[in-house]
Structure formats: C-alpha cells, structure tokens
Design a protein around this ligand. Sequence first.
Ligand code: IP8
Length: 266
Amino acid sequence: MGRTVIKFGGALITEKESRKVFRPGTILALAPILSEMANSGMDLIIVHGAGSFGHIDAKSGDLSKGRIPGREDEQRRAREMVMESMNELNKSIVSILEGEGINCRCHPPREWANGTGPEFEGDIGRFEEKGCVHVTFGDVVDVPGGREFGILSGDHLMERLSTELPEVDMVVFLLDGIDGLYDKDPRMKGSRMIPVWTSSTPYETSINELTDVTGGMALKVEVASRISKSVPLVTFVNGLDPGNLHNLLIGEDFVGTRFKRAKSDE
Ligand code: IP8
C-alpha cells in the first residue's frame, strides 16, 4: 500500500461562521475507517484546515498581509490567539483519532515551516517516519524579510506533501456535505457535480472574504490540479459520508470528483 494524504476541510471540522466551534461528530464518524486503514498498513498523512479556529481571528488581525507598521501589538495578540486556537483544534482532532487506536505524530508548521504559498521552506522528510499517522494543519508561520509572518494554508501543505513524499498514490480532500466539485454553487438549482475534472472543465466558485483568509474552493481546485500531475488518484469527496470514503480508500467505486490532467497538459 502506498501513501495517502487526506485533508479535513475547515468547514467540515468546525462551524465556519461561529468562532471556535468544533464539530466532533464528523471526526468521530471518520476515525474508525482511518484507524482500519492505518492499522492495515496504509501510510496516512492528515492535514486539517483552520475553519473558525483560525480564519476569523487571522482576518481581524490581517495576519495574511504580514507585519503592518503601527498595528504590531494587535497583530502579536492575534498571532498568539490563532496559534493557541489551532493547538486546541489539533488536540481535539488528535484525541478522537487516538481514541480509535491511531498513533498520531503532530507537526505544527510554526515549528518547522517558514514562508507561505507553495514554495514555503521546511523539511518534509519528517513526514516519512513509519508506524504513525502524521498530522499537520494550516497555521501562522514566520516569513523571511519585512513581512515577518503570514498564513500557511493546509492546501499548500497538501501540495508539497503529496508531490514530494515518495509513493503517494492517493490524495483526498474531504468536503463539508457536498459530494465533490460542482459546476456552480451547489445550492443553486441546476448545479451539477463534476465527476472528472481537467484543467479545461469550467466551474464557478466564490470566496467568503469574511470567513476565509486563504483561498477557499478555488485554491483547493488549483492545488488538486497541480497534484494530479504526479499522483494517480486525486479526489474531492463528501466528508460526511464515511461509507463512501471507505470505498475510495479500499479501491472500490466511490462518488466524488476525480482530478485528471487534460490531454493538452501532457
Ligand atoms: O484553512 C489556514 O489554513 P486552511 C490557517 O487550510 C489559518 O486554509 C491559521 C487561518
């Protein structure tokens, strides 16, 4: 069995609009499946988003812009708050996973990563150790130069881990209650799930500037598309459908969006 990298989207694991409200039920439902996979030899890496434990406070302190002269104290407080909240969220997730018999090893990015975006610096080799499920998350990190700090998205961690670790053969983005990527807002009448996505597939998405400081669905699609150049199976599936995730992980038919390279990209 090769390596699988899974992202728990922030909207799946928290109430996105209400500051620091964790949704334990979603992880409780997924944990037995992940435990079964990890304990039958699958090398698993979990990346989780921040949801309302990170985006709301990061937004009010404008942390993604880096140091803003005149707002240093306010930004320092916001950074400390986001780091503390992310520790809390990570602890809540890991304690559920460990309760299902998963041996977790956590890698808070502030301790090993520097810079934001897909080119951040940091030793990814630490995720290669066998015998445990590695867990990391979107975080506030130091940034070289005058910016001093910024927000490293879990989606950019997904990209680097999926494309640089050896033998990654499956990448899964778990979404909140939708079966995959839709051609337009899934709440709109007539919207359709896209079963196979290539770079020429049209779709529309919007970003909620109030609750998202990284890139929302558009960033996920961009990252998934780049990962699909080197990983055979890259998917978006419903994080609220554990049975479907199980099918995907054991190689059976599943419902979701599969990212493929367009012929013109080859
Ligand atoms: O939710 C953002 O990570 P993402 C991290 O994976 C923070 O984009 C702290 C807002």
